[in-house]
Design a binder for this molecule. Structure first.
Ligand SMILES: [Ca+2]
Ligand SMILES: [Ca+2]
Ligand SMILES: [Ca+2]
Length: 252
């Protein structure tokens, strides 16, 4: 038994050591920011960056897959790594953005920005920006292996704080709604709206908070009383809020 345990530990140690060494030697392709928290209708951009371990890139191709029902690509710009003569060509087919590039005068090394990619957020939800089929070549046409780190985009809906049942008015049914959804915790229309006291959690104190501020209905943290964004980013988000859902698409 002891022998088996020692063997297992040795294998585990070997594997973890090997993985760590492999990952450490490779350069990394990653998104800045790695998490984008935006609202429906927003135009926003992310950067695709190389760290300092990526050396002597002559050219390559990158594919980025995303949920095309949530995002569309606006445009792509060359990042800080590009200078002199170079070539960039981008194509979007369905849910995949493909970019080919080459440095015509010289090669490029990290750290630096390869591309800036601008998106429009079409509807609420979250989607990875998934890097795949990434092929970089050095000046001798040898492949450059890379660590790839996907990005993530979370798209929220505009909302009004405290209107937990998202029906466009604030009253005692919102208190009841919060209590009903809490036990057992189930799907809220809009988690941020139900987080009436904006502390990043939904619990009984939000029902109490709504009740305490109903008469008169003042003192809610923003956005209140008009549709808006959560000024304090948290894990909650807002998936659906029908009374505000025409706002985002109008570009407010
Ligand atoms: Ca309501
Ligand atoms: Ca709360
Ligand atoms: Ca918040």
């Amino acid at each position: 038994m002891l022998k088996e345990i020692i063997l297992l530990l040795a294998v585990a140690f070997h594997l973890s050591g090997h993985n760590r060494k492999g990952a450490k030697d490779l350069g990394t392709l990653y998104f800045i920011p790695n998490l984008s928290a935006v609202y429906v209708g927003d135009h926003f951009s992310v950067e695709l960056a190389l760290d300092s371990l990526v050396r002597n890139v002559k050219g390559g191709s990158v594919k980025i897959q995303f949920d095309a029902t949530l995002l569309s690509v606006d445009s792509i710009w060359d990042g800080s790594l590009f200078y002199g003569n170079y070539f960039i060509e981008d194509t979007v087919i369905g849910d995949t953005l493909m970019v080919d590039f080459a440095f015509l005068d010289d090669s490029a090394s990290g750290p630096g920005i390869l591309f800036q990619i601008a998106f429009e957020a079409a509807s609420s939800g979250s989607t990875p920006l998934h890097l795949f089929d990434v092929r970089f070549r050095d000046p001798l046409n040898q492949p450059i292996p890379l660590n790839l780190y996907d990005g993530l985009v979370r798209i929220d809906q505009y909302f009004v704080r405290g209107d937990a049942n998202a029906d466009g008015s604030l009253n005692v049914t919102d208190v009841v709604y919060v209590m009903d959804q809490l036990f057992p915790i189930s799907n809220f229309y809009c988690l941020d709206a139900a987080d009436a006291n904006d502390d990043g959690n939904i619990n009984v104190s939000d029902a109490v908070f709504i009740l305490a501020h109903l008469f008169p209905s003042t003192g809610f943290p923003p956005p209140f009383p008009t549709c808006g964004r959560d000024p304090t980013l948290d894990d909650l988000g807002c998936g659906s809020f029908p009374p505000c859902e025409t706002l985002g698409s109008k570009g407010h």
